[in-house]
Design a protein around this ligand. Sequence first.
Ligand SMILES: Nc1ncnc2c1ncn2[C@@H]1O[C@H](COP(=O)(O)OP(=O)(O)OP(=O)(O)O)[C@@H](O)[C@H]1O
Length: 695
Amino acid sequence: MLSSSRNAHDENSACGKNNNRQALSTYGSNGSVQLSKQKAPKITCKLLLLSLLESICKLSQKNPENSQNMFLYIAYSLRNSGLIDDEYSKDYEAIRLAYSGAIHELLAQAHNVNMSNVHEEELLSLNKSASFMSALSSQTAYATCDEPSDSAAFSGSVDAFTDIVNHVSSNSDVSDGTFLKDSPLNFSGLEDYLSPNSSSFEKLYNVQKSRYSSDFEELKLLGKGGYGYVYKARNKFDGVDYALKKIPLTLRSLSSSNMFRESRILARLNHPNVIRFYSSWVEIEPYHHNDPTEFDSTCSEDILNSKSIESNAADNLLFDIETDSVNNGYSSTNSIQVVFEEDSYGTNFEPSYSKKQSTCSLAALFSGYKETEREYSKRRSFEKPFTGDDFLYYGKENRSDRFDKFSLSSKDEDSMTHDVPCFDQRPICLYIQMALCEETLEIHLNKRNKHFRGMLPKNLCNRYILLFSRILEGVMYLHNVMDLVHHDLKPRNIFLSSSASSEQGSVRLPCFTGKSQLANESLENKFFVPKIGDFGLVLSQSDVGESSEENGGYYFAGTHTYAAPEMLSRHMKAQAIKNSTAIDVYALGILFFELLYPFGTRMERVSLINKLKKGILPEDFLEQMPGEASLILSMLSSPAKRPTVAQILKTPIFSNMAVNELHLYEALLDDAQQQNKTLKEELEAMKIRMGATSK
Ligand SMILES: Nc1ncnc2c1ncn2[C@@H]1O[C@H](COP(=O)(O)OP(=O)(O)OP(=O)(O)O)[C@@H](O)[C@H]1O
């Protein structure tokens, strides 16, 4: 049977090969079986096996709960034997469903049957599925494994898997549940499958139902972070606009336990000052997806991404703790990232500037993922320039290890082709659906700072104090209730969500235009609720200690300007672990100063924050806001001396919420008085005009 298939394929030679590029194996001109050039990665095979298994369970058990239990029983057995990881979990369900859909189609083709005319249960009888699976898996084993030992291990896993299925089915109520691994497979449809006009597995797979495309209408790209892209998308059912974060996953991150960390943490959070999370899922990036290069820079004013090139650059400039000097030696648009690492003696920190590193995503850095030149250039063509405000510190690696991680060798490049977690190089993405926010605090402050410099008018100052108290409430919830440390608090990760005045946690702020304002021009005011977002670096307080003990190091990532000194020094590591929440307090200290004291230029920001880190505040600020000044300095003191967020909220600045509300009413009164004054002036002007015309 196989030789006739081979002949059929040989006859169709070139285009046949093309069409079957993704077939599990191809047949060479000498008749020998050759490995498919693009090999299916192992995780894909695990998912493929599990999706088959899940289908079998569904077919054998009509009751969904029973079939789920049966599936879990088998999956746990496989996992306990070390054959799979957590590919059986809900997180991968969408991928497994897509695979089983493609396998159903493939089965229909393999049996040369028109699926629409045949009852699904008849078509997919258990025997056929199991036999097909065995045949498919053994083919897959060839296509997947480089080493003979791998191949043997894979065959072993198929055997183990089949045994488990047999065991389960013999204990279930399946009437014809014998899985005959060696039963003959009807290959009558194989010639068709190998013919140039038929579908390859890849094509079948492409008909997957994408939850993203079926449930959402993508409206625009909002921005790009270290991990992925964020889109504004409208849900087709409820008509509401959401922020959808798409995080492309590498094989390594797929198998790492913290891959779903951000979505899992978000799912547990429930606080008015923390961004609202709706759902998350994993699927393969649909083909007809807007290329992020379509990012519309013209709308950067209204979208949040308008970020940051400016302030990020400033963040980098600040970060020269070695020399304590402001380093302005490189262009912000040049995608250069500063990476701090200890020298091989573990005594000094040395910033290293590297273009290549700057283009590695944080996710990649975290997972120790090696990026090939090909992937690098592919991603470069896909990405906007990296704005370079992130850094990563590998506490336990020396410089050479660090650079080895990113050095490119042909071997790496070869191995990396297996690191793409899909059949056809389209990435598997984690989707996180969140509440859409109007703008980030960073953008708001950038626009505000075009209107003000130095000390703010009292009423405006009070509003920012109120805003900060809302942020503190959110952080206190994270620290005290959820036992988390955010690790990346900064204006860009605080979102402003427009709200009704009565909404809990709302603050009334002027809607700055970002253009120079005329002295008497009054700005529209709106209510906003600040929401803490971007939980990509969040850690539970207990994990901070554990990760340190297990790995002999504590990995830090974050943003230069807001990084507490203990994040950067191995000598202070113990303090960082002991007072992990103090890391957030340090960042909040800088943020509070930024809220209260507008900077005229980027360089001024760099210089003032640099001085603040040394305990020096502007004189006018010290004079006019002594309470706030001493609080900020205490927040930037040594980790053990920093107040907790709960203690900060108890200081007279924030403790009396009635006073805080009073701030708001004072602000409202000021506005009303201002409006009253303007109206009076207009009235006077009108009277004069009327007097002139009556004469
Ligand atoms: N809920 C949201 N509503 C509106 N815009 C958002 C939302 N979440 C993210 N964005 C926009 O998408 C951009 C990217 O967000 P993301 O959280 O991925 O990264 P980031 O915070 O900019 O960087 P990183 O993750 O590297 O710290 C943000 O800068 C912001 O402009």
